[in-house]
Design a protein around this ligand. Structure first.
Ligand SMILES: [Zn+2]
Length: 224
């Protein structure tokens, strides 16, 4: 019974600051910001701030082009790392957290508007949701922001996680699929599966944001 409770807890978000120290996340996020430095004209700053919102890692962008990556060690927020991290993928926690950081830098890239990021949403599930009374145009906008950031995270994983890239991408897809129903604006699983089978290598002189835009324009999920 105890082991059942423990594994259920870990699977559904019982990551605490002992299992995953804040300083470890901070050092990974700082490294990712350095690695992606050339893809943004203004380097994001990284701050630790105890906030009430339920996400352990987020990005705040300003109209000035400045972007701040916020690490939120509030224990309730920290538990949400359990959406991605579990006992099975523990050997890859470092790379999964790095991909999550790249996702947030992806938000900074899109908000910086250094390049065109227009693409059409093809996801039939998402289109069905958009047609419902509950979801408005702003949800489509959030969905596109999330999709763009996930595409950046996927390209990042392929470039920097080496042989561990595929377990990292799997962790992203599993999380998106598992939480699709209660978080439809983040239900990018179908797109991620389609992107996963594509060659995501950047073209010469292409920034990561430009590559994400190109791939999202080219991706076809008709077969899914
Ligand atoms: Zn996001």
């Amino acid at each position: 019974m105890l082991s059942f409770l423990l594994s259920l807890g870990l699977g559904f978000g019982a990551i605490d600051l002992d299992e995953l120290p804040m300083t470890q996340v901070q050092s990974i996020v700082n490294e990712v910001v350095q690695q992606l430095d050339s893809s943004l004209s203004v380097k994001p700053s990284v701050v630790v701030s105890n906030r009430k919102d339920p996400t352990p890692l987020g990005a705040i962008s300003y109209t000035s082009g400045r972007c701040v990556i916020v690490i939120n060690p509030n224990p309730d927020a920290w538990a949400q790392w359990g959406r991605f991290l579990n006992a099975d993928n523990k050997p890859n926690w470092q790379e999964i957290i790095a991909a999550s950081a790249a996702h947030e830098v992806g938000h900074c890239m899109r908000e910086s508007r250094q390049f065109v990021t227009q693409f059409t949403v093809q996801d039939p599930q998402h289109q069905a949701l958009s047609g419902s009374a509950q979801l408005s145009g702003s949800h489509e906008s959030v969905f596109k922001q999330e999709l763009f950031a996930d595409a950046v995270a996927l390209i990042y994983a392929r470039e920097f996680a080496g042989p561990n890239a595929e377990p990292v991408v799997e962790a992203m897809i599993n999380s998106r699929e598992r939480f699709a129903d209660n978080d439809p604006t983040h239900s990018t699983g179908a797109y991620l599966k389609a992107l996963k089978s594509m060659d995501v290598t950047r073209h010469a002189a292409e920034s990561m944001g430009q590559a994400a835009s190109r791939l999202l324009n080219d991706v076809s999920i008709a077969a899914l």
